[in-house]
Design a binder for this molecule. Sequence first.
Ligand SMILES: NC(=O)c1ccc[n+]([C@@H]2O[C@H](COP(=O)([O-])OP(=O)(O)OC[C@H]3O[C@@H](n4cnc5c(N)ncnc54)[C@H](O)[C@@H]3O)[C@@H](O)[C@H]2O)c1
Length: 330
Amino acid sequence: MAKDPVRVLVTGAAGQIGYALVPMIARGIMLGADQPVILHMLDIPPAAEALNGVKMELIDAAFPLLKGIVATTDVAEACKDVNIAVMVGGFPRKEGMERKDVMSKNVSIYKAQASALEANAAKDVKVLVVANPANTNALILKEFAPSIPEKNISCLTRLDHNRALGQIAERLDIPVSSVKNVIIWGNHSSSQYPDVYHAVIDGDKPVREAVADDAWLDGEFIKTVQQRGAAIIKARKLSSALSAASSACDHIRDWVLGTPEGTWVSMGVYSDGSYNVPAGLIYSFPVTCSKGVWSIVQDLPINEFSRKKLDATAEELVEEKQLAYTCINE
Ligand SMILES: NC(=O)c1ccc[n+]([C@@H]2O[C@H](COP(=O)([O-])OP(=O)(O)OC[C@H]3O[C@@H](n4cnc5c(N)ncnc54)[C@H](O)[C@@H]3O)[C@@H](O)[C@H]2O)c1
C-alpha cells in the first residue's frame, strides 16, 4: 500500500540551497524512494516571484513522489501540519555588518518562526536549522517553541562531517564510502573541531594509522575542513549549495530512517552535558539514530589535544548564546 505523504517545509526556498534541495526532496533522496512528499516552500515577499518560478520548475519536473506544493510568503501557512522543517532562510552577513547586527536580525526571524512552527506544525515535527549562525538559530528556535520536544530540534553540521570524510578519502585515494566515524564537535563555524581519533577505513583500520601523518591530521586537515566554506566561496563566488543541500538530506534521512549499525554521524543537538560540554547549548556531537531518535555516542576517550578544542568551540557557543540573549532583551 502506498505510504501517506510527509509534509516537508523548506524556508528560504527561493535561495541557492533551496533550489538545490527541493528537487532532492521531491526525488526521494531525503526520505526514501517509496515516500511521497508534499513540499511547503517559504520565502519573503521580495523573493515571491522567484519562489513561484521554483514552483513552476517543480511542476515541470513531474516528480512521481511529489504529491503537492505549497509556495507562500505566509509563515503560518507554510508551517501548517509539517512533519519535517528544514530552516534555510535567514539574514546573511553583508560586508561591513557587525556580528551583533546579523545576530539581531536572525534572532528575530527564528523567534517568529519558532512561534509559527509551534502553533501550526505537526506535534512531532523534526526541525533542522541550516541558516547561520546555525547552532544559535536552532537554540533560539528551541527556546521560543517550548512545546516542540528539544530532541526534535537540531542544526546542520553534517556538511562539515562529510567534508572531513571527503578530505580523508582524497588523502588516501580511496572511495569516500570506505571512511566512517569522523566527528565534528561544536559550532558550525571555523571553531568547530573535526576529530579523526575514532575514525576508521575499511571497517576497522584506524584513520590515524592509515594516514600515518599526525602533523597533517592535527594541522592542515583540521584547517581545511574548518575553512572549506570560505574556499568554496572563493572558487565559486557563491557559498556552498549542492553540498549543503545533499548533507541536509543525509541529516534528515539518517535521523528518520536510522544510522547503519556501527556508524555514527555528526548532528548539532541540545547538549545534556555529555563530554563535559555545557548543558543548554546546541552543540555538534557524534550521534547514532534509531526509530527517529538520536542518541549521543558515549564514552569515547578524549585526549588533551581534543579536550582543548572541544572547550574552545563550546566557549564560542556560550558567547553566541549571550549575544543572542542581549539581542532578545534589547
Ligand atoms: N549549516 C551549514 O552547513 C550551512 C552551509 C551552507 C550555508 N549555510 C547557511 O544557509 C543559509 C542559506 O544559504 P543560501 O546560500 O541558500 O542563501 P541565499 O541567500 O541564496 O538564500 C536564502 C533565502 O532565504 C530567504 N529568506 C530570508 N529571510 C527569510 C525569512 N525570514 N523567512 C524565509 N525566507 C527567508 C531569502 O529571501 C533567500 O531566498 C545561509 O544562512 C548560509 O550561511 C549553512
